[in-house]
Design a binder for this molecule. Structure first.
Ligand code: AMP
Length: 357
C-alpha cells in the first residue's frame, strides 16, 4: 500500500497519462511518466518524466529505480519492456494482460474460453485461410490486423462481391483476424476497476457513437434494459477476475438483438483507462483515473455515484480551436490536453455535459 508522497511510474505520455497524473496528484501521489515521444502532453503535469525509447534498458532501469510501482496508459508497450520492468518493480496490471490484449486473435480466444460471446472470427495468415474464414463467418466481414490496430486503423471491410484478397493486400498481407460483421443496435462499454484485494467496481454502462471509426460521443446511462446493463457489467467483472487484474479496464461491446431479447458481444478489451470513461471526471463522484490510481496504489476503490445524465463529446483535430464557447455553457466542463498540433483525427480534448437527473 503506497503512502502519500510515493511515486507511480506510468508508461505512455498521452492524454490518458496526463489525466491519470492529475488524479494521482489530488491524492497526494507523485507521477513519473516514461514516453519515447518528446511532445508527450503528460510531461506538462508531472514532477518527473523520462523521454527515451521502450528499448533503452539503461533509461528503463533508472525509471524503475525512481518509482514505487509501475502502470501504463498505452497497451502496446513492448512485452520485453514490461518483462524487464517487472523484474525490478511491480507492474500493474500484470504484463500477461498485455500479451493477451496486444493480439486480437489471442484476445478473442481468451474471451471465448470464458464463454463470453464475440462476433464469429477466424485467423487469416494465408489466402486459403482467408477463403476458409469467409466461408466460416460469412459476408460482410471485417478484416483486422492482429496487432497494432486502433481507431479503425488496420481494418478493411469486405462486402459481398468485393475482392477479399485486395482487402487483405490493403493491410499489407499482415496476419489478420476476420470477423463477421455485427449488425449491432448500439455500441456500449463498461469501465471496471479491480483493487489489489480483488474487489470490483464498475461504472454504469456507457453508450458510444463513433465517427470515422473514432469515438465521437459517449452517453450515460446507455439506452439498454436493466437486465442487459447487469449482463454487461457481469462480463467486465468476469474478464477482470480472469486476468487477476489490478487497475481499470474497458470492455467494448456490441448490443445485438436475438429475437425479442437484447444481448451483448464483446468487441475489444482495453487494459487501461479509456476514452469512453472520460465522462466520469465531471459526471461521477469518482473518476476512472482516480479508481486506477487507487487500485495500483493498493488503496480501496470508491463506489461511483453518477451525478446526472451525462454526455461526453471528443474534440478532434481543429475542433479544439473552436471550443471556447463551451466555457460559458451551464453544466459543461472543457478539457484540453495541451497538444500543439491539431492533426486530423487527433484527440485534442473533450467536453462533458452533466444534465439534471
Ligand atoms: P475496433 O478497432 O475493433 O474497436 O473497431 C472500431 C469500430 O469498428 C467499432 O467500434 C465498430 O464500430 C466497428 N467494428 C469493428 N468490428 C466490427 C464488427 N465485427 N462488426 C461491425 N462493426 C465492427
Amino acid at each position: 500500500m503506497l503512502k502519500p508522497g510515493a511515486t507511480i511510474g506510468i508508461l505512455g505520455g498521452g492524454q490518458l497519462g496526463r489525466m491519470l497524473a492529475i488524479a494521482a496528484q489530488q491524492l497526494g501521489l507523485k507521477v513519473h511518466i516514461y514516453s519515447p515521444d518528446k511532445d508527450s502532453c503528460a510531461f506538462d503535469v508531472v514532477h518527473a518524466f523520462t523521454c527515451a525509447a521502450y528499448e533503452d534498458e539503461a533509461a528503463l532501469g533508472r525509471f524503475a529505480g525512481s518509482v514505487d510501482v509501475i502502470t501504463y496508459e498505452f497497451e502496446n508497450v513492448p512485452a520485453k519492456t514490461a518483462a524487464f520492468l517487472a523484474k525490478r518493480k511491480q507492474v500493474m496490471p500484470n504484463p500477461r494482460v498485455l500479451e493477451i490484449t496486444q493480439d486480437r486473435l489471442i484476445e478473442k480466444n481468451f474471451i471465448s474460453e470464458l464463454k463470453i460471446g464475440t462476433a464469429p472470427y477466424a485467423s487469416v495468415h494465408s489466402a486459403s485461410q482467408l477463403a476458409a474464414g469467409i466461408e466460416k463467418v460469412g459476408l460482410p466481414a471485417v478484416l483486422k490486423t492482429k496487432q497494432l490496430g486502433y481507431d479503425g486503423k488496420g481494418q478493411a471491410k469486405i462486402a459481398k462481391g468485393v475482392d477479399a484478397n485486395a482487402a487483405w493486400r490493403s493491410l499489407k498481407n499482415e496476419p489478420c483476424i476476420l470477423e463477421g460483421f455485427v449488425n449491432f443496435e448500439r455500441e456500449v462499454s463498461v469501465i471496471a476497476a479491480r483493487s489489489a484485494d480483488g474487489k470490483v467496481e464498475c461504472f454504469e454502462v456507457t453508450e458510444n457513437e463513433h465517427r470515422d471509426h473514432i469515438l465521437h460521443l459517449s452517453k450515460v446511462p446507455a439506452k439498454v434494459s436493466p437486465a442487459l446493463a447487469a449482463e454487461a457489467r457481469k462480463i467486465a467483472t468476469k474478464i477482470a477476475k480472469a486476468f487477476d487484474y489490478v487497475g481499470v479496464l474497458a470492455v467494448e461491446m456490441f448490443v445485438v438483438r436475438a429475437g425479442k431479447k437484447q444481448t451483448v458481444l464483446v468487441n475489444e478489451i482495453a487494459p487501461r483507462v479509456h476514452n469512453s470513461g472520460h465522462w466520469t471526471i465531471d459526471g461521477a463522484t469518482v473518476s476512472q483515473f482516480e479508481q486506477h490510481i487507487r487500485a495500483v496504489a493498493g488503496w480501496p476503490l470508491a463506489k461511483p455515484v453518477r451525478l446526472g445524465r451525462v454526455e461526453m463529446t471528443n474534440l478532434i483535430g481543429t475542433e479544439a480551436n473552436e471550443a471556447q464557447h463551451w466555457l460559458t455553457v451551464p453544466g459543461a466542463s472543457l478539457h484540453l490536453y495541451g497538444k500543439k498540433d491539431p492533426r486530423p483525427g487527433r484527440k485534442m480534448g473533450h467536453v462533458t455535459r452533466v444534465f439534471g437527473k
